[in-house]
Design a binder for this molecule. Structure first.
Ligand code: SF4
Ligand code: SF3
Length: 546
C-alpha cells in the first residue's frame, strides 16, 4: 500500500505497511482501485455531458465513493468490494448510452479493466494507486486535486441529502478526475486546476451553507450543555445534519436522549434542532477521544461520517456502534439510506439504546458557539467598534481539524498565550484544543468565536469579506486577521484550496505540512501564497503580532 493523504502519513512520508489511521493494506488497495474506477467512469460521464446527457446516478456514485475514501470514513472491506462491483454495472450502462449516440471511447486499460473477485481487485490496485504517477511533482499536483475533490464530495453529499444539488459541481469533479489521467497536462496546467478546485470549493461550501441554513435556520449564539441526564442516550457524530434531524425526530418521545460528539457539536446552534427537549448537548471531545468517550457514554453511537477510530481490542462499545451514509467499519452495524424519498429508519438503534444505562458524566458546564456569518453580521457594529477602539487588536483564524499527534498541544498553548485583545475565529474540530479554556471575552464578545463544522469555514470567509467591506479595504490581506490553520484530512484540503482561491495569503499550516506536497509544489505554494509551517508558539506569536 501507499497512502499519504492525511496529516498522519507515516514518518511524514506515507503509510506503506498499514495506515497509522488503522486502514489495512487491503482496504487501502480497494480505495485506490475505487478512485481508479471513478476516473474511468468520469471519462464516460464527461463524454455524455458533451451530448447534454446528465446521469444523476453516476454523479451520486462518484461523489459518494470519493467520500468513502476520506480518512477515517470507511474501513469496511466488503463495502468497497460491493461498491466497485456496482461501478462496473454503471460503466456498462454509461457505455451503452454513449453507443446509442454513436460515440465510442477508445478502450484504454482505464476504461476496460475488470475484476470478478476481491483478490483480482487487490491485484489490479497494485498498479493503479498513487505511485502509478512516477513524476513526483505531477503526482503531488494530481493528488492535491484529488484530495480537494474528496473534501468537496463530502460537502456535496451533505447538501444533496438536504435536496441541494448543482450539476456544475458534478461536472467539475468529473472533469478534474479525467484531468488527473491526462499525461499531456503540464505542471502549470495542473496548478491552475488546483486553484480551480479551490474556486469550486467555495461554491460547494456556499451551497452547503444555503442547504443547512435554509433547512434549519441560521446558527445562533448558544450555550451548549456538557453534562448528562438520567435517560439512556444516543451519541451522534460526524457531519451530516439530515441524519441529525431524522434522529431527533425519530427519538422524540421514546425516552432516549440525544447528544452530539466531535464535529456534530455545531448542530446545537441550529434553531430547528433546539426545539427538541431531549436534545441534551455535547458529550466528550474531538474525534480521537472517542476511544474513551464511547466507553463512558454507555449508550448507542451513530456515525454519520468521519472520523472513526478503529476500536482498541479491549473496547466494550463495539456492539453498540452504528454507521450510516458513506461511513463504515467492520463489526459496526450499518444503516442504509431510506428508499427514494423515504427517511432513514433509525428504529433499530433507538430500540437498542433503550437497553443501556444513562451516560456517565465526564464534565459539566457549558461551551458557547454559534458564531456563523449571520450571527456575526448581527454583531458587526459591536465588533467593528471594538476593532476601531483598539479593544480587539487582531483576529486569528484557527479553523480546521484536530488529531492525535502530540505536537497539536501547540494549538492549546498558542490559544492560551494569545494576548487578551485578540479573538480566535474557528470552525471544524480543531476547536477542541481550546474551546473549553477560560479565555474570557472582550466587552461581551467571546474570545473564541466558533462558526461551526469544518465546512463552516465558509462563514469565516464571509466574515472576513464583510470586514473588508466595512473597513473599505482593497485586499482581504490588509485586515487584522492572521491564519493559523490545523489540518488532518481531505476536508481541510478543500478548505485550504478555497482560502487560496480567495486570495488569502500567509496561511500557517500545521502541525506538519502535507506529505503529498513535493518540494517543488510546496515551493510554488510558499512563493505565491506565503504558506508556511508552524514553528514554536513563542516564535509564531511574535511573527503574527508584528
Ligand atoms: Fe496513512 Fe493517513 Fe492514509 Fe491512513 S489516511 S493510510 S494514516 S496517510
Ligand atoms: Fe475533524 Fe475528522 Fe477534519 Fe470536519 S472530524 S474536521 S478531522
Amino acid at each position: 500500500m501507499f497512502c499519504y493523504q492525511c496529516q498522519e502519513a507515516s514518518h511524514g512520508l506515507g503509510c506503506e505497511v498499514k495506515g497509522v489511521c488503522g486502514k489495512t493494506p487491503e482496504v487501502s488497495a480497494l480505495q485506490d482501485l475505487l478512485i481508479y474506477q471513478l476516473k474511468g467512469l468520469s471519462h464516460y460521464t464527461t463524454a455524455l455531458r458533451v451530448l447534454k446527457i446528465e446521469n444523476t446516478e453516476a454523479n451520486k456514485f462518484i461523489t459518494d465513493s470519493l467520500f468513502m475514501t476520506i480518512t477515517n470514513a470507511n474501513f469496511d472491506y466488503s463495502r468497497f468490494v460491493a461498491r466497485i462491483r456496482e461501478g462496473f454495472l454503471l460503466r456498462t450502462q454509461l457505455k451503452a448510452t454513449l453507443l446509442q449516440h454513436n460515440v465510442e471511447l477508445p478502450l484504454t486499460e482505464l476504461l476496460s479493466w475488470s475484476a470478478i473477485t476481491s483478490v483480482e481487485m487487490e491485484e489490479i490496485a497494485q498498479y493503479n494507486g498513487v505511485l502509478a504517477t512516477e513524476n513526483e511533482d505531477i503526482r503531488s499536483l494530481r493528488e492535491l486535486v484529488i484530495y480537494g475533490l474528496k473534501g468537496m464530495a463530502a460537502y456535496v453529499e451533505h447538501a444533496s441529502n438536504l435536496g441541494y444539488a448543482d450539476n456544475e459541481t458534478d461536472a467539475f469533479i468529473q472533469r478534474a478526475l479525467v484531468a488527473t489521467t491526462d499525461d499531456n497536462l503540464s505542471g502549470e496546467e495542473l496548478t491552475a486546476l488546483v486553484l480551480e478546485t479551490g474556486k469550486m470549493g467555495v461554491q460547494v461550501m456556499a451551497l452547503l451553507d444555503k442547504a443547512n441554513t435554509t433547512s434549519y435556520g441560521n446558527p445562533e449564539i448558544t450555550k451548549v450543555n456538557l453534562g448528562v441526564r438520567s435517560n439512556p442516550g444516543i451519541l451522534i457524530s460526524g457531519h451530516d445534519l439530515k441524519d441529525m434531524e431524522e434522529l431527533l425526530r425519530q427519538t422524540e418521545g421514546t425516552g432516549v436522549d440525544v447528544y452530539t460528539h466531535s464535529e456534530m457539536l455545531p448542530a446545537n446552534y441550529y434553531p430547528a434542532f433546539k426545539k427538541y427537549t431531549h436534545f441534551v448537548g455535547n458529550y466528550g471531545g474531538a474525534w480521537w477521544s472517542q476511544v474513551t468517550d464511547f466507553e463512558t457514554f454507555n449508550g448507542v453511537v451513530l456515525f454519520t461520517t468521519n472520523c472513526i477510530v478503529p476500536p482498541r481490542k479491549s473496547a466494550t462499545y463495539v456492539d453498540r456502534v452504528y454507521t450510516t451514509g458513506s461511513s463504515g467499519f467492520p463489526g459496526f452495524k450499518h444503516i442504509a439510506g431510506g428508499e427514494e424519498g423515504k427517511p432513514k429508519d433509525f428504529s433499530a438503534l433507538i430500540k437498542h439504546a433503550l437497553s443501556f444505562a444513562s451516560p456517565t458524566e465526564i464534565e459539566t458546564g457549558e461551551i458557547i458557539g454559534g458564531f456563523a456569518h449571520a450571527q456575526v453580521f448581527a454583531l458587526a457594529d459591536k465588533i467593528v467598534d471594538a476593532v476601531k477602539s483598539g479593544a480587539i487588536r487582531k483576529f486569528f483564524v484557527m479553523a480546521g481539524c484536530d488529531g492525535r499527534m502530540k505536537g497539536r498541544s501547540y494549538y492549546t498553548d498558542f490559544a492560551t498565550k494569545l494576548p487578551k485583545d485578540t479573538v480566535i475565529l474557528t470552525a471544524g474540530c480543531a476547536k477542541y484544543r481550546y474551546n473549553k479554556l477560560p479565555l474570557g471575552d472582550i466587552g461581551g464578545i467571546p474570545r473564541v468565536l466558533d462558526a461551526g463544522q469544518c465546512n463552516d469555514s465558509y462563514s469565516l470567509v464571509m466574515i472576513a469579506l464583510k470586514l473588508k467591506e466595512v473597513f473599505e479595504l482593497n485586499d482581504i490581506n490588509e485586515l487584522p486577521i492572521a491564519y493559523n490553520i490545523a489540518w488532518y484530512e481531505q476536508k481541510a484540503v478543500i478548505v485550504l484550496l478555497a482560502l487560496l482561491y480567495l486570495g488569502v495569503k500567509n496561511i500557517h499550516l500545521g502541525p506538519t505540512l502535507p506529505a503529498f506536497l513535493s518540494p517543488n509544489v510546496a515551493k510554488v505554494l510558499v512563493d505565491n501564497f506565503g504558506i508556511a509551517p508552524i514553528g514554536s508558539v513563542d516564535e509564531d506569536m511574535k511573527l503574527f503580532l508584528n
